[in-house]
Write a protein that binds this ligand. Sequence first.
Ligand SMILES: Nc1ncnc2c1ncn2[C@@H]1O[C@H](COP(=O)(O)OP(=O)(O)OP(=O)(O)O)[C@@H](O)[C@H]1O
Length: 328
Amino acid sequence: MIEVKNLSKHYRLTEKSPGLSGAFKSLFAPKRVTKKAVDDIGFQIESGEMVGYIGANGAGKSTTIKMLCGILTPTTGEILVDGIVPYKERNRNAKNIGAVFGQRSQLFWDIAVRESYDLLKHIYDIPEDEYRKTLQMFTEVLELEPLLGTPVRQLSLGQKMRCELAAAFLHNPGIVYLDEPTIGLDVAVKSRIRQFIKEMNRMRGTTVILTTHDMQDIEEICSRIIIIDAGKVLYDGSLQSIKDRYGDKRVIHFELELEEEFQLPPDLAGKAEWTPGETGTVSVAFSNHVITAADVISEMLRKYRIRDLTISDSKIETIVQDIYCRGI
Ligand SMILES: Nc1ncnc2c1ncn2[C@@H]1O[C@H](COP(=O)(O)OP(=O)(O)OP(=O)(O)O)[C@@H](O)[C@H]1O
């Protein structure tokens, strides 16, 4: 179980003034500022949960994950990961966690993938029998066979990510942190990786903390999300309830025969918003609670000739983007 209470991480930075004189000034009288990357957050994650830890760029996700892994020491607050204070007992904590951090690799660059796994077996004291069985299973599920004899530097991004995932789960850790595990990958590899993560959670009860900008990852893997913004927790709850709360927005895309400039029909004013599209097209957004799609269409029909229309519901991407921009 992960318990986080009043956790903050502040970075001390030197603010540089522009120009040459500014550079001299910063050299002799540096102006120190504090950046609150994580600012008094708290949450609890039970064993076996799969949680999406999401937020815009610079929101404080990586800083939190680094503190959970014990790489960074908090400025204030408490963290307990399965009873361990991560930054105090880094090695003990490391035995119980697995991690995939986008650019960083836990595999050795110049040696074959299988040899990296052998080294991890020794590092984590995995019994030989268990190691062989696990590797065989991972090889089948992630289709690693043709990659095991290849050095990491010769692997494509998708191949490397599959190998990294296997490495993160190899020692059967209780918790796995995944930072953007599907970034830049094709649809088929993304799907295989998502399947693998779900399978690990189902079979072994692994707790998964997933950081991603890909909302499809979240939809497929996580039932709970924590949204962080400017170092603060903005939302912590089920994915479904955020959809129920904010997913009432609908958009109708109209293709119109326009003879003059488009203006929203008077009866839709205050109930719907419109944005222009390509020539002759407009998108009208509204909330289901305020007006029905049928009423929007009939008001539009009274004023314009409609060539075509499509109706779309809010996707989780749109909802989350809205929350990042406007808050909760
Ligand atoms: N070592 C550091 N020194 C100073 N400031 C830092 C440091 N690391 C991160 N920051 C700042 O802290 C804030 C949070 O950064 P963090 O990397 O945790 O964000 P993030 O949510 O992971 O972003 P992204 O989605 O872009 O990876 C940012 O404003 C960042 O510039």
